[in-house]
Design a protein. Structure first.
Length: 261
C-alpha cells in the first residue's frame, strides 16, 4: 500500500471528550466544538487545495461532492482517521437510530464561496439529512459578523424520526424564499444574536444534522469562505425518496461545477 503524501488531519496530542459528555453537550446545547483538533499542516494543505480550485474556477461559488474519495485531496485523510470514526460512530449509536460503521459516512463535500456569489449563498436555511454533521472551517473571513461567513444555527430545532411527508413539509416551509427573507429580517433585527457560531479554523463543529436549522452569513466579496462538511448516519436510512433527493442534489452540484468550472 502506498503511503499517503498528505499530513495527518488530527493533532497527535488532541484528546476527544468522553462520548457521554459529548452526547450530553449535543443534546443540551445542540452543538459541540472540538477546539484545535486539526493540525496546522493539515489546514495548510486544505487551504492550498482550495486556492488551487479557485485559481482553476475563478472567484465564485462551487461545491465538490465526496472529496474524501479523491486521493489528491488532503480531506481524503479524514475518512481514514480511526480516532474520528470511532468517536462519531459512538455518538450516532447513542441516539438509538440504526447505523453501522460500514455505512457511517453518508457523504461529504468541500464548499467554497467567493466573489459575487458571496451574498446569494447566504441565509439559505436548511436541514441536513444526516444524524450527525461535522463542519471543518478552512477559510473564514475576519471582521464583523455580517461579513464573516459564520454559521447561523438553531440546534435541536426539531426531533429525530421525521417521516418523509413531515420532512418534505419542513423542507417546503423553511427553504422557500419568503421564509428565507423573514428569517434574514429577524437576523438584522438582532433576534439571531445568540445563534451565531463563530467558526475558527483548526476547530471542528458537530451538530445533529437533521435536527438543526442552519445557514451561513454573508462574507465580503473580496474574501473567500471554505468549509468541509462530513455527514454521518441517516435517520431515514431506508427511505428511497430521501435517497433520491440526495442524489439529485449531488447531481445539481456537479452540474454547477462542470458548467462554470
Amino acid at each position: 500500500m502506498t503511503a499517503s503524501t498528505h499530513p495527518a488531519p488530527l493533532r497527535d496530542d488532541f484528546v476527544f471528550p468522553s462520548k457521554e459528555a459529548a452526547y450530553e453537550q449535543l443534546n443540551t446545547n445542540g452543538l459541540l466544538e472540538l477546539q484545535n483538533v486539526f493540525s496546522d499542516a493539515f489546514i495548510a494543505a486544505c487551504r492550498s487545495k482550495v486556492d488551487e480550485e479557485l485559481q482553476k474556477r475563478g472567484a465564485r461559488y462551487f461545491t465538490i461532492a465526496n472529496v474524501s474519495e479523491q486521493a489528491q485531496n488532503p480531506l481524503s485523510e479524514l475518512r481514514n482517521s480511526q480516532r474520528l470514526t470511532d468517536f462519531v460512530a459512538s455518538l450516532c449509536e447513542m441516539t438509538g437510530l440504526p447505523t453501522t460503521k460500514e455505512h457511517l459516512l453518508q457523504g461529504n463535500n468541500l464548499r467554497v464561496i467567493a466573489g459575487g456569489d458571496s451574498i446569494s449563498q447566504a441565509f439559505n436555511f436548511h436541514f441536513d439529512s444526516s444524524i450527525l454533521t461535522l463542519l471543518l472551517p478552512i477559510y473564514i473571513p475576519s471582521g464583523e459578523d455580517v461579513k464573516s461567513g459564520h454559521l447561523l444555527a438553531k440546534p435541536n430545532f426539531r426531533p429525530f424520526g421525521q417521516n418523509i411527508v413531515t420532512n418534505l413539509a419542513w423542507k417546503a416551509v423553511y427553504q422557500n424564499k419568503l421564509i428565507r427573507w423573514l428569517l434574514m429580517r429577524q437576523f438584522f433585527r438582532g433576534k439571531w444574536s445568540k445563534n451565531i457560531v463563530r467558526l475558527k479554523p483548526k476547530s471542528a463543529y458537530l451538530f445533529w444534522g437533521s435536527r438543526t436549522l442552519h445557514a451561513n452569513l454573508p462574507c465580503a466579496s473580496d474574501h473567500k469562505r471554505a468549509t468541509a462538511l462530513f455527514f454521518f448516519g441517516r435517520p431515514n436510512a431506508n427511505d428511497p425518496i430521501i435517497s433520491w433527493v440526495e442524489k439529485r442534489r449531488y447531481k445539481q452540484e456537479a452540474n454547477i461545477l462542470e458548467n462554470k468550472g
